[in-house]
Design a protein around this ligand. Sequence first.
Ligand code: 2P0
Length: 320
Amino acid sequence: MQGTAIAQPNIALIKYWGKRDVERNLPAVGSISVTLRELYTRMRVEFDESLGADTLTVNEAPDEIMLPRLASCLDEVAGVDRPRARIASTCNFPIAAGLASSASAFAAVTVAAAEAAGKTFDIDTLSSLAGRASGSAARSILGGFVELQNCDDAIRCRTIKDAGDWPLSVVVAITEKGPKAVGSTEAMEISRRTSPFYSSWVEQQQEDLDTARSAIAERDFEKLASIAEHNCLKMHSIMWASRPPMVYWNAATMRCLQTVRQLQGEGIGVFFTIDAGPQVKAVCLPEHVDVVEASLRSTAGVADVMTTGLGEGARLEEGA
Ligand code: 2P0
């Protein structure tokens, strides 16, 4: 009655922003991401008939904040009549700070809970279950370059290129380690309700997805860089124009963008993307990773830098 799984966060190059069905947590748009290798969440789920309530530890400390969402995810996977569970999460990067910790957490807990419940699901079911808990988690079920397709009544995730077939690097510049002020779920709803740019975002997304998909198929770095930066800045423009406005960036975020622009001017293969937080993710060609890492590390206001390659999807941990 137990299972342990590990999952990596993913970084969207073509972003998910907005929901078409809040109840079922279905996104308004498709998205494309890369699953990372070095950052991880490990989740152990143990169902125990003798427990009176679900419990959660995060990095060995009791945690109440994530528990309700994780408990609902267990209900979806194992059924509402499941035994109560002991959930233990370990994570090697800052949580709820715009580093996609919910993606890796919900992908890992879905796979771990299925094992603990003795259930075998196909990839589409695992993605749907993880995505119901957190939209971006659906993509962390798979590795490499992943496209989340918004189908009529569901979502479907596919690896469109394996990590080994285009081994890009990602340098994450952490400019603020604390949790963000407004969670993504709430921020997406404020955007949908109030931003004058929201409807054109939804309308244009298919074109951005098509461009990124072909750039990835052709391994055309310049083309991917251009569409990913455009899509990222469009997403933040929606938020800036919302009421109340939502600005996740800080001064160091902006300085990191300037660093990336400077590197691009020197012929370095790098582009930026930013999620619902102040961290900057610089995607680069592996031969340029050292200079990108050094430049971001020496950018004023950068607290830490994490460098990673692209990795695999969520999986059960061997021997656990
Ligand atoms: C993404 N983000 O595509 C986008 C870009 C943040 C910015 O998916 O409400 O935590 O749980 O479905 O998955 C973050 O949103 O949102 C996110 P919910 P989630 O990665």
